[in-house]
Design a protein around this ligand. Structure first.
Ligand code: UD1
Length: 332
């Protein structure tokens, strides 16, 4: 049995589906602070299996411990966490408290109950401004915000826990830019308020919810001056988690989950327009503070060690993101 914290969230729910489809039994723990219980219903509908769900905040150690007491857990995939970069600058205490305490609680209970497998949701943001392509052995550099720092700190905490508890099997997965949605169109990214990230912004411009996209800078040293990112389809990312879980062994194992390909903001906009036959009005504005010119992965380690590789294209990502947004709109 695998405990999936944050299993109703964007990446968590897609991973829950992959896990169930590949024969794992799972329990979801989620406080639904940034997700909805209905998403778990969709996970059950897609997989045809029922999934036990506990509404708890994983910073509540007692509530979490009850799950460890009542279930024979084999491992944990820990997604639950706050992830809004801008909010983390305004309220760093909220971010440090939530993201660090949840990770400590889970690791502590894993050690106490001899649950050896721990997969952690990290981010490419921990590379700071190292030059792309980014490789897992690079030294971590400061990030530009508390959210990024919580990811780097949790990685360091898990390293120390591994040294003290060499039986633990820990996977740190550094995500690049997850986008897209489940091919059914039933689950995807549905941020509260105005989106911070590029793809949800584009889909909301496409649906008419937002008027036009602001592109943050076109004077970067990139192919067309706009920022370059490694966009990865969320279904590929989900499969990467299952591969990481299934290949775990003692110690800490770090893998980039990306495609290894850089795509510029403008290239993504053009691909979206072409695939979906919708015009996305945009204007070029000032650079956003803290943004990097380029961020893309070297994915050879994940390919070699996990036998996993992202398969979906930018076109798939654009089509599925729009398909989900249209579905969402039709329900409103
Ligand atoms: C951001 C976070 C990163 C986090 C990730 C989670 C920052 C600096 N980084 O990554 O820590 O792990 O989200 O998904 O916030 N863009 C526009 N217009 C928009 C939105 C974005 O031009 O309205 C551009 C950005 O300048 C960037 C690219 O699109 O070049 C991607 O931006 P975004 O989707 O926010 O992701 P990151 O900044 O790469």
């Amino acid at each position: 049995m695998i405990l999936v914290t944050g299993g109703a969230g964007y990446i968590g729910s897609h991973t829950a589906i992959s896990l169930v489809e590949l024969g794992h039994s799972i329990i979801i723990a989620d406080d639904f602070s940034n997700s909805k219980p209905e998403t778990v219903e969709v996970v059950q509908k897609i997989t045809g299996k029922s999934v036990a769900t506990h509404r708890i905040d994983v910073t509540d150690r007692d509530a979490l411990e009850r799950i460890f007491q009542n279930h024979q857990l084999e491992g944990v995939i820990h997604f639950a966490g706050y992830k809004a970069v801008g909010e983390s600058v305004i309220d760093p205490i909220k971010y440090y408290k939530n993201n660090i305490i949840s990770t400590l609680n889970i690791a502590d209970l894993c050690v106490k109950y001899n649950v050896l497998k721990f997969v952690f949701s990290s981010s490419a943001t921990v590379y700071g401004d190292n030059a792309s392509p980014l490789t897992e052995n690079m030294m971590l550099l400061p990030t530009t915000n508390p959210y990024g720092e919580t990811k780097a700190m949790c990685e360091r905490i898990l390293h120390d826990i591994s040294i003290a508890n060499p039986q633990m099997q820990i996977s740190l997965l550094r995500y690049f830019n997850p986008v897209g949605a489940h091919e059914s169109g039933l689950i995807g990214e549905n941020p509260n308020g105005i989106p911070n990230n590029l793809m949800p912004y584009i889909t909301q411009v496409a649906s008419g919810t937002l008027k036009k996209l602001s592109i943050f800078g076109n004077d970067y040293p990139t192919i067309d001056g706009t920022g370059v990112r490694d966009f990865i389809h969320v279904e590929d990312l989900a499969k990467g988690h299952v591969a990481a879980l299934e290949h775990l062994s003692e110690g800490v194992h770090i893998h980039n989950l990306g495609t290894g390909k850089g795509t510029s903001v403008l290239q993504l906009v053009k691909a979206f327009e072409k695939v979906n036959q919708i015009e996305i009005p945009y204007e070029i504005v000032e650079r956003r503070p803290g943004d990097l010119a380029k961020c893309y992965a070297d994915v050879s380690k994940a390919e070699r060690e996990l036998g996993w590789k992202a398969e979906k294209t930018i076109e798939d990502m654009c089509r599925d993101a729009w398909n989900f947004e249209k579905n969402l709109k039709s329900k409103m």
